[in-house]
Each structure stands twice: as C-alpha cells, then as structure tokens.
Write a protein that binds this ligand. Sequence first.
Ligand SMILES: Nc1ncnc2c1ncn2[C@@H]1O[C@H](COP(=O)(O)OP(=O)(O)OP(=O)(O)O)[C@@H](O)[C@H]1O
Length: 239
Amino acid sequence: MTAPLLKIEHLEVRYGDLIGVSDVSFEVPEGAVVALLGSNGGGKTTVLNAIAGLIPVHSGSIGFRGEEIGGESAFSIVRKGLALSPEGWRLFVQQSVENNLKLGATPLRDKARVGVLLDRVYEIFPKLKERRGQRAGTMSGGERQMLAVGRALMSDPKLLMLDEPSLGLAPSVVESMYETFGRLHKEGLTILLAEQSIELALEVSDFATVLQVGKSVLSGTAASLADDPQVQRAYLGSA
Ligand SMILES: Nc1ncnc2c1ncn2[C@@H]1O[C@H](COP(=O)(O)OP(=O)(O)OP(=O)(O)O)[C@@H](O)[C@H]1O
C-alpha cells in the first residue's frame, strides 16, 4: 500500500487555554476525496487551519508526502502543495478578482506559471474571467466562493482543502460548485472537504472522518459511513 498524501495523528490544537481539537487522526490517500464531517464546533475549521499553518499545532503530527509540516509557516505549506479555500472566503475585498487570484500564486517558485494557472482558473470558472476587473467585495456569494477556490488553485496544489464550500449558497450554485470539484478530482487533484451537509459530502467523497467535540470518532469509506447511525448521532451532538 502506498503512503497517504496527508496523515494526521493525534492532533491537538488550542486557542489559549481553550481546546479547539483534542485528538484528531485521519489519512488522505493520494487522488482521493476525503470528507471531514461533524456538527458546529466539532473542530473541522480548526483542523484545516492547523494543517494550513494558520494556527499552531499544540501536539500531534501532520505529515504531508511523508514529511512533518506541523509548525511550518502557512507560506511554506502552500509552497509544498497544500492550499486552503477558507470558510468565509477571506478575500481582499477592495482588490479586483484578478488581483485576488494572482495573490494566490505568491508562493509559487516558478513565476512563469502564473499566466498558465490564471488561464486554467478562468477556464474552470468563466464567470471569474468575465468579472476579472471587478472588486471582489461586490461579487455574489457564489462568485466569492468560486474566487476563493480559484485563488487556492493558483498555487497549483496537490491537495486542495475546502472549508464549508456550500455554506450560505443557493442549491443550484452548490450543485455547480460540486460539479467543478468532481472535475478537479477526475483531473487528479486530491481533496479534503469540511462540510456540514452530510449527504452532499458523502455523495462526492471516497472516505470520511467524523469529528465530535474535537475528536475523530469514526473513519471509513463514504459508503460505509452513509449507513452508520453513529454519524447521525455525531451530527446531533450526542455522545
Ligand atoms: N478563535 C477561537 N477562539 C477560541 N475558541 C475557538 C476559536 N475558534 C474555534 N474555537 C473553538 O474550537 C472548537 C472547534 O471549532 P471549529 O470552528 O473548528 O469547529 P467546526 O466544526 O469548524 O464548526 P463550524 O462548522 O461552526 O465552523 C469549538 O469549541 C470552538 O468554540
């Protein structure tokens, strides 16, 4: 069996004295779509932010391509091939769509690739091309989500992390967003998806891990978890 692309072991993250997650372990095989599931406050965002180097790891390990990356800077982690499309998008709202995309390419070593990557993002999201001169802050929710994903793709990641990409979006927008994720997956991108919508997440994923109050309580194939009553209980927040 080949080593997983990403391997999280006993991850603990704290916010000062408060515990964000206390014991999270799971793996993301290369080429797979893996869902991180769990109700509000379960720890999905904390895990993705810790992997991305945006918040410090208290203990445990984050291995990416066999190398420990816990404790490295966010810049260096993006450079290694791990990009995050964050919850709430975190765009530069006063900047144009194109500038936001180009900022996503900042960690790229090979600057000659920026144009190629930009063309690719515009091919994936033609709406972003149409609106490339528009200020990001004036875009609709769906367009901002496209922009957040497009910006993450501009760093040419091996693994794309998506934090709640369906949040607050109309069902038709969510559907087309997920079609795009399906396409990216087919093209070989590995995806780690935090999603509150359990049906949606399990439909597109190969594997899933359920977080409950900061701990990974269940991992398995998406098909096996879809039928597991413990998944339902985790969403209701009971033990
Ligand atoms: N900035 C923060 N300061 C203190 N505690 C935090 C902070 N951010 C998150 N937490 C706590 O960490 C725990 C995990 O929260 P997190 O946001 O990661 O969960 P989540 O599963 O992503 O939930 P949601 O879907 O609501 O984003 C919760 O107990 C939360 O209150």
